[in-house]
Design a protein around this ligand. Structure first.
Ligand code: GAR
Length: 200
């Protein structure tokens, strides 16, 4: 089955959704490692409870960004992944990471890209006043949430929404989209040609 490494920075609800299905051989993929850039985050507890090995690679522990990126690449490489899934990973990966894993890194983002990229997609969509937002699974490239789109789901913005209520509604859709897309990619592979990402 496809070896999946999950990158996370926070609570890990998307990771939890993947861990809930990965024991089923029919799913086609298995989370073999979880790597975070922060100690003490929920994603690490979830991994440990599931018996999945973890590593923490903190930017602040390295002299500069490229040393951190090299360490992150090494930490992920230890798990020999076929597929890397950024699920709430709040840092950009650099050239060494892309050179090693490029074309097989997915990222989930809580907005309908190319609108509202970056660290505050939910807040920015709400501030703009859109009536529909959603979530996107993309292939990671060197830009900020600029890679080819694999799949998206629309989620309505409701009157009175704040960042938290909208993000919670998006995260419900996001978890099922991510589980679906990662499983399909695990089983059938991913082809990237220019801006077009196709499963299979
Ligand atoms: C998710 O909504 C994910 O899309 C978002 O962080 C949340 C992590 O939740 N990622 C980004 O905003 C990346 N720019 P989780 O830790 O519960 O999976």
């Amino acid at each position: 089955s496809t070896r999946i490494v999950v990158l996370a920075s926070g609570g890990g609800s998307n990771l939890a959704a993947l861990l809930a299905v990965h024991d089923d051989p029919a799913y086609g993929g298995r989370v073999v490692g979880v790597v975070t850039d922060r100690p003490g985050v929920g994603a690490l507890d979830l991994a440990q409870d599931a018996g999945v090995p973890t590593a923490v690679v903190r930017l602040g522990d390295f002299a500069d960004r490229s040393a951190w990126d090299a360490a992150l690449t090494q930490a992920v490489d230890v798990f020999a992944p076929d597929l890397v899934v950024a699920a709430g990973f709040m840092k950009l990966v650099g050239e060494p990471f892309l050179a090693r894993f490029g074309g097989r890194i997915l990222n989930t983002h809580p907005a309908l890209l190319p609108s509202f990229p970056g660290a505050h997609g939910v807040r920015d969509a709400l501030a703009y006043g859109v009536k529909v937002s959603g979530c996107s699974v993309i292939v990671v490239d060197a830009g900020v949430d600029s890679g080819p789109i694999v799949a998206q789901v629309a989620v309505p913005v409701e009157d009175g929404d704040d960042e938290e209520s909208l993000h919670e509604r998006i995260k419900v859709a996001e978890r099922s989209l991510l589980v679906d897309v990662v499983g399909r990619v695990a089983r059938d592979g991913l082809t990237v040609e220019g801006r077009t990402a196709t499963i299979g």
